[in-house]
Design a protein around this ligand. Sequence first.
Ligand SMILES: *[C@@H]1O[C@H](CO)[C@@H](O)[C@H](O)[C@H]1NC(C)=O
Length: 300
Amino acid sequence: MGARGCLGPLLPLLPLLLLLLLLPPFPGSGVTSVGSESLPGAVAAAGGDRTWLQPSIIGGHEAKRHSRPYMAFLQFGAGHACGAALLHRRWALTAAHCLSGRPWHKGRLLVGLHNWRDDEEEDTQSFTIRTVCPHPGYDRRMMENDLLLLQLDGKVTLSRTRQLIPLASREPAPGARCSLAGWGVVDPQGRRLSPTLQEMDVTVMDTRMCNNSRFWHGKIGPAMICFQGQRRGSAPAKGDSGGPLVCGKRPAVAGVVSFSSKNAADPFKPPVAASTVKHKKWIQKILRRGCGSGQPDHTG
Ligand SMILES: *[C@@H]1O[C@H](CO)[C@@H](O)[C@H](O)[C@H]1NC(C)=O
């Protein structure tokens, strides 16, 4: 919309803009979705019904600018990957599947972003990734424990547009109202990201019901949270995965958006998040001590 008109005043932002404009053409033009490229194991092993999130956000709306200052935008090379949540000035939480097959040392995390087409430079900070810590129990076939902590190569300067979010202490009960947000792609080919942060309200589903034969039929693990869009037919989009499932009056992260079915509109295959409540101790340990993997850590 206003993108063209903004290019003039944004000249000082050209380096950031150029970086971001490189995003839409995903690598490998024959590939119709980043998902099939990123999750071959999961899709094949689960008989094709469990996949990367769908190519179009349904029923979401644009978030109020900087109303979710913990939201971060994770990208690898020229392709967009995932959403993430800022837990600490040096650490962000995302989904382990966001990494699969990607050169993580080329990853970048942008914080303080609302619209990657025209945001003000002072709102946004960009970091390279120093270390990645996937959950040791991450199972890409079953999508169990789909959590990943990213250590940034610097410290986020907290501001009006860049804030931390705490971890929830209690698992959201069935019926709990939560929300999620992301820059998920908006076109059916899955090539164009939403320039602005989109959000949607969701309701947590009873896990036993979600696991029964009418729904995910035994594929729901003990650390997964099923949820449904509050607006009928609404669902998260590809590119929204890795973003936090935010619950509670005082917003806190209860999960990380992990997977959905190929047919996002299928009410019997609701989207699923990896619980962070079940893994809170692991997350806190990593934030204190790191995970000792990734690159040698001697830059301070
Ligand atoms: C879902 O069902 C499968 C198969 O019956 C079972 O192994 C698994 O533990 C169940 N998940 C939960 C969270 O109860």
